[in-house]
Design a protein around this ligand. Structure first.
Ligand SMILES: [Zn+2]
Length: 545
């Protein structure tokens, strides 16, 4: 089948929750790169009877295109030997690249594999501003998906100085300038203040009101400043928060305090599973966390599910990687990224026979199953931290099929599962419509992407079509057809085209009275000149705000 400008997808069972279409047989019309209401009689058609039609998947939180991912690739030569990837048989004119797989695949392989699951939009959730250039170069080499980056803030020297001085408006203008200069899409906070503490010898900050020794700034001050900045700048996605004390028993307390500190303001709390531990000792706190989330419509989350098998933890959260390195004995990378942030990497294996891994697995499922609003509790594994994005189909099956879940529950180490709602038997099973929400429509809405995650008129023609199969893990792992901006990327189960994706970025407005002071800061402290700092030549215009 050739590339087509126009196509009518006929007779498929359509799941398009943003337009309240829940499993109805209807036609979807593609013209150019978008969805249209109708096509002239005689327009080319694709028979999708017996198939499920959904918008392309949208990954709100992944690590796929960053200097940190590249360090991870370098750290893991053994993965390259275990999972070499030959070039796909693409049609002429599309880049055919061999690569490496494993938990942190090479760029082209990442793009091919996302498309091979029916995903068409992906965000890298943690980019050091000074390394944004690198991320854009990697996204350029990641075909089939539209992509963007979340820019790390909250441990950077200039911002901390503004907060210490009570200069909240200047902090907001700086955030706006930084997003535009790096071609970013959202503000990301990782372990507010904790990375600066780690780099300056204070190790970490445990509580929301623990001050940094260097400047007295607290996690609360950072959260309040940047959340306010994101909302005042009118960003489509609110500030994206990785709370303090990731992975530490008892951390649900600081997670709930962080949510309460931002009460009434839009905020997104990421990989919530890693922040939902009761204490003392290891236990689930999914229930109180979800009680808060369910009761606060301004809060959204992605789960960060742990899936059993190999993973690679990659995070700006240096101190937690030190703990993981010490407890697992695995090799470790730690990098200070000069004035801005840090990076830690530890490869990891989640074993079902390991008590803590089993608890983490169960907590993630509890978060999903206790959620009352799938639009605000969306799917992620924090790829590759909780597991590869390739495990999404298996995760979908766990959510949709209680018998599969109960069977796996029998295999895991039960030692820490007392009091877990999953162990007590949560009978809920997600519907296909809910799966379409947590993997497509919901993330697109939370990201403020009006053209993504739905199949209404004016949407990008990103479409995933699956052959119906009672084994949903199989169904979601190999779509029959995938369209990216109207181009057929997967044809009859085979990747055939690998078009370059679009860059999703913003250029917020800010008061440029900020610039002289910022320039002085660069001249005094930075290894890169102020003029050379903004990334030039990023493809695609910024999206309108
Ligand atoms: Zn992450």
């Amino acid at each position: 089948m050739n590339q087509r400008e126009q196509l009518r997808i006929t007779g498929g069972t359509v799941y398009d929750p943003a337009n309240a279409v829940d499993g109805e047989i209807r036609d979807i019309c593609i013209d150019g790169g978008g969805i249209v209401a109708s096509l002239p009689d005689g327009a080319p058609a694709l028979d999708a009877r017996g198939m499920i039609v959904m918008p392309g998947g949208v990954d709100i939180h992944s690590h796929l295109a960053s200097s940190s991912c590249n360090h991870a690739r370098r750290l893991l030569p053994e993965e390259h030997a275990l999972d070499p990837v030959s070039a796909p048989e693409l049609l002429e004119g599309y880049p055919r690249r061999s690569g490496t797989g494993g938990t942190v695949p090479s760029t082209y392989t990442t793009g091919y594999r996302y498309a091979g699951l029916g995903y068409t939009t992906v965000f890298d959730a943690a980019v050091a501003p000074i390394m944004a250039r690198h991320s854009h170069a990697e996204l350029e080499d990641t075909p089939c998906v539209d992509g963007g980056i979340f820019v790390l803030m909250g441990n950077d020297e200039y911002l901390l100085r503004q907060i210490a001085a009570g200069e909240r408006e200047r902090a907001r203008d700086y955030a706006g300038w930084l997003l535009g200069s790096t071609g970013g899409y959202a503000i990301k906070i990782v372990n507010p203040g904790g990375i600066e503490a780690w780099k300056s010898g204070q190790r970490n900050l445990a509580g929301l009101d623990d001050p940094l020794a260097t400047n007295g700034v607290t996690p609360r001050g950072i959260l309040e400043t940047l959340t306010g900045a994101g909302n005042q700048l009118g960003l489509p996605h609110p500030v994206h928060i990785h709370c303090n004390n990731l992975g530490v028993p008892g951390n649900a307390e600081v997670t709930l305090s962080s949510m309460r500190a931002l009460d009434g303001q839009r905020a997104h709390f990421t990989h919530l599973q890693f922040h939902s531990y009761g204490g003392p000792g290891w236990k689930s706190a999914a229930a109180p966390i979800m009680e808060y989330v369910n009761g606060h419509p301004e809060v959204s989350v992605d789960v960060g599910q742990v899936m059993f098998g190999p993973a690679t933890t990659i995070t700006a959260d240096g101190p937690v990687e030190y703990l993981l390195h010490k407890s697992s004995g695995r090799k470790w990378v730690n990098i200070d990224i000069e004035l801005e942030t840090g990076c830690g990497i530890v490869p990891f294996l989640y074993k079902d026979k390991a008590a803590v891994s089993a608890l983490q697995w169960a907590i993630g499922l509890e978060l999903f199953l206790l959620s009352q609003d799938p639009w605000r509790v969306v799917l992620s594994t924090d790829h590759p931290n909780g597991g590869s994005f390739l495990s999404y189909p298996a995760l979908i099956q766990l959510l949709m099929d209680r018998s599969v879940r109960d069977e796996q529950l029998k295999q895991v180490n039960p030692k820490l599962l007392a009091g877990s709602a999953v162990a007590d038997g949560l009978s809920r099973e997600y519907t296909l419509n809910e799966i379409a929400i947590i993997t497509r429509a919901g993330p697109a809405r939370l990201l403020g992407l009006k053209h993504k995650g739905h199949l209404g008129v004016g949407a990008d023609a990103d479409v995933a079509i699956y052959s119906k199969n009672p084994d949903v893990a199989r169904m979601f792992s190999s779509p029959r057809y995938v369209f990216k901006a109207g181009q057929m990327v997967v044809d009859d189960g085979e990747l055939r085209r690998a078009p370059t994706g679009r860059r999703l970025r913003l250029q917020p407005e800010y008061d440029d009275a900020l610039l002289p002071d910022l320039q002085r800061h660069f001249e005094r402290y930075s290894t890169i000149s102020f003029e050379n700092y903004p990334v030039q030549g990023i493809p695609d215009a910024p999206l309108p705000l």
